[in-house]
Every structure is written in C-alpha cells, then in structure tokens.
Design a protein around this ligand. Structure first.
Ligand SMILES: NC(=O)c1ccc[n+]([C@@H]2O[C@H](COP(=O)([O-])OP(=O)(O)OC[C@H]3O[C@@H](n4cnc5c(N)ncnc54)[C@H](O)[C@@H]3O)[C@@H](O)[C@H]2O)c1
Ligand SMILES: CC(C)[C@H](C(=O)O)[C@@H](O)C(=O)O
Ligand SMILES: [Mg+2]
Length: 372
C-alpha cells in the first residue's frame, strides 16, 4: 500500500473531461491495489486567468511543488488564440510551470497499434511496427529566449539560445533511453543554418563516445519531417530542441491514428508532470467526443515514474482492451462511437475488476458504482 499526493491541473477546453477519466482510472488503480492517491485539482491556464488574472496562481505552483506528481489536461482558449495582442495568455502558465519545476525533458512515445493501422491516413506497411520516443528539450530555446518588438514597432524577435549544460542533461537521458532500446539515437536539428543546432551537434558528437553501443544519426529537421511520414520505423530515440520537438510530435500522431492517443512525461530536477501532447481542442469541449486515452496513458507514465510498474502495466492492458474491442471515441470509431466518459468508464472498470468482463454501455453505472 502506498500513499501519494497527485496535483491535478484540468485546464481548459477538453482538459477537464479527459482529466476526469484519467483520475477515475487512477482511483480504480488505488482500489485494486489498496493504495491511497490524494488527488486535488488546481486552476491553470485560461480558467485561472478568469478566476485570478494569473495563468499560474501561486497556490497552484505551490501545490505542484508539494506533490509526488502532477497530472495535466490541457490549456488554451480561442479567446486568446484569436487575440494576438493579449498580454496575459494561458500558455504562459504552462511555460512558467515547466520552467519553475525544472522540467527540461519532455518524453513523447509514439506507437503504431496494429488494431488502429487502418485509421492512419498513411499506408499500413509503412507504419506497422513503429515504436519511437521523442526526447524534446522543454525549458530552453526559442520558447524562452528574449522576445519583443523592435523600437520602431516595425519588427519582432524571438531569440533562440542554448547552453552546453542544457543540451547535455537531456542528451544523457536520450542516450540512456536508446541504450536500453534499439540503440539508435537521431539528433534532429537545423545545423546547416542555426548556430544553436551546431552546438547541439558538437555536444552530442562528443557525448557519443560515452555510449559506444548507441549509433548516432544527425538529421536536419526539414528532412526529418519528411522521413517521419515516409519511413517512421527507422526511428528509435529522437533527441531534439524545444520547438522542433513540438512540431514533429504532432506530426507523429498521424502514425498512431489520433492526437488523442499520445501521452507524455515532463521530467527534470523537481516533481514530474504528465500530460497528453494535444491541446484543449476547444471545438470538442463538452461534446463527449474527446479521446481520453492520451491522458490515461499519461497517468500510466505517472505510475511508472512512481515505480508502480505493475499498476501501470494494468492500465496499459486495459487501454489495449479498449482499443481491441473498439471502445473508442468517434475519430477512431466512426460507426458506433463511445463517449469520452464511456471510454474512461470501460478502462476504469476493467482495472477495478479485470476478472469481470461483463461491461457494456448499459451496466457500466452499476459496475462502476464502487469507484466513481
Ligand atoms: N499542452 C497543452 O496544454 C497544449 C498543447 C497544444 C495546444 N494547446 C492549446 O490548445 C488550443 C487549441 O490548439 P490546437 O487546436 O492547435 O491543437 P489541439 O491539440 O487542441 O487540437 C488539434 C486537433 O487534434 C485533434 N485532437 C486533439 N485532441 C484530441 C483528443 N483528445 N481526441 C481526439 N482528437 C483530438 C483534433 O482533431 C483537433 O482539431 C490552443 O489554445 C493551444 O495553445 C495546449
Ligand atoms: C501550448 C503550448 C505552449 C505547448 C508547447 O508548444 O509546448 C503545446 O503545444 C505542447 O505541445 O505542449
Ligand atoms: Mg504542441
């Protein structure tokens, strides 16, 4: 029996809906294994601006610092997306949180599930067997460099800066991950143009001597974007800077079949944070069509981080069960779609009592009454 404190930041748009399902799944895990997960929600993003004027209130940051792990839904609102002049923005809350917690490595695994191959617009033989992980640097680069407008108001700038230290700490993680996988590391950069990319190459090339079992490739990001679609199976571990990682991971979701499937872990010096790679998908808010699996798999990564490996494996098994039985939201099941809540209920139900396979849409309320 373990007792853990998990700070939950549901955020905006579909964030609260998908987060609710992941919390339910964690409750099912706690019930099944006799653990105690103390889960409390805090505002971050547009909802926090509405409530306090601040996208990351002190109370939220303090609660994250005091927690064993953080679970995040998504933030962002069209009100701000459509107003480039807004000075206070939901995304500032997320960026500041990453910086304050020292979350310098964002780990994004991408898997092509056999059962979902027909749902990808890409040819099945190209994507079958894809299994890669992107290590995206998360607290440096162009996201965090000096930004502003020129004095004459006619221009704007975003500086991209990286230090050797910032590169080395995430590169070590990526090398270690590659060593334990298929021993292949690809550095994605733009070294033909950017000085920061040349520093990345210099450091990674030097570090490669410490990991002789790992084969290192260097790929320019424009080519990488094409290779991702052309032959994704060639990738094992991808290491890249903040903005390139943001872009190629959304692209990679096409291989899996939906943005609603891709989880992530943000790790670093302090407490770790777990979040789907997708955003607040405002068009879907309240419609029950958002896929909660990316957030549920983020909860599985959270359990692994807490060294609750058996528990995480059961969550993954339950997700596989949902995939194999077509218990999926409408972007993946167009004929008889399930709602966000039904997918969450199915997975939680399976975890709470996987010997009981009698779940169906009608009995779920009864079956789950003990855990939701
Ligand atoms: N980490 C985060 O909180 C995060 C990440 C990305 C974007 N955002 C914010 O989200 C807002 C919307 O951005 P966007 O529309 O560019 O990206 P988005 O990820 O919210 O949605 C892009 C598309 O992906 C698909 N999608 C996303 N989540 C899905 C899910 N759970 N199930 C099924 N399909 C899903 C939909 O087709 C959607 O149109 C913006 O304000 C942006 O800043 C936040
Ligand atoms: C919302 C935005 C700041 C964020 C990012 O660019 O890092 C998002 O796209 C992500 O992938 O988590
Ligand atoms: Mg993104």
């Amino acid at each position: 029996m373990v007792s853990k404190k998990i700070a939950v930041l549901p955020g905006d748009g579909i964030g609260p809906e998908v987060c609710r399902q992941a919390v339910k799944v964690l409750e099912a895990v706690a019930t099944r294994f006799g653990h105690r997960f103390e889960m409390q929600s805090y505002p971050m993003g547009a909802c926090a601006i509405d409530a306090t004027g601040n996208p990351l209130p002190d109370e939220t940051l303090d609660a994250c610092r005091a927690a064993d792990a953080v679970l995040l839904g998504a933030i962002g609102d069209p009100k701000y997306d459509n107003d480039p002049s807004a000075k206070v923005r939901p995304e500032q809350g997320l960026l500041r949180l990453r910086k304050e917690l020292g979350l310098f490595a964002n780990i994004r695994p991408i898997t092509a599930y056999d059962i979902l191959l027909p749902h990808s617009p890409l040819k099945q033989d190209r994507i079958q067997g894809t299994d890669m992980v992107i290590f995206r640097e998360l607290t440096g680069g162009i996201y965090f460099g000096a930004k502003g407008r020129t004095d004459d108001g006619e221009g704007a700038y975003d500086h991209c800066v990286y230090s050797r230290h910032e590169i080395r700490r995430i590169a070590h993680m990526a090398f270690q991950s590659a060593a334990g996988r298929r021993q292949r590391l690809t550095l994605v950069d733009k070294a033909n143009v950017l000085e920061t990319s040349r520093l990345w190459r210099e450091e990674v090339r030097e570090m490669a001597h410490q990991y002789p079992e790992v084969t290192v490739d260097y790929l320019l990001v424009d080519n990488a974007a094409m290779q991702m679609i052309l032959n994704p199976k060639q990738f094992d571990v991808i290491l890249t800077e903040n903005m390139f990682g943001d872009i190629i991971s959304d692209e990679a979701s096409v291989i899996a079949g939906s943005m609603g499937l891709l989880p992530s872990a943000s790790v670093g010096a302090e407490v770790a944070l777990f979040e789907p790679i997708h955003g607040s998908y405002p068009q879907a808010k309240g419609k029950g069509i958002a896929n909660p699996i990316a957030t549920i798999l983020s909860a599985a990564m959270l359990l692994e981080h807490l060294e609750l490996n058996e528990e995480a494996a059961l969550v993954r098994e339950a997700v596989d069960e949902a995939l194999n039985n077509g218990v999926l939201t409408k972007e993946l099941n167009t004929t008889a779609p399930y709602t966000t809540e039904e997918v969450g209920n199915y997975i939680a139900f399976w975890i709470a009592d996987s010997s009981e396979k009698q779940w169906n849409k009608n009995n779920v309320e009864i079956g789950l009454s003990t855990i939701i």
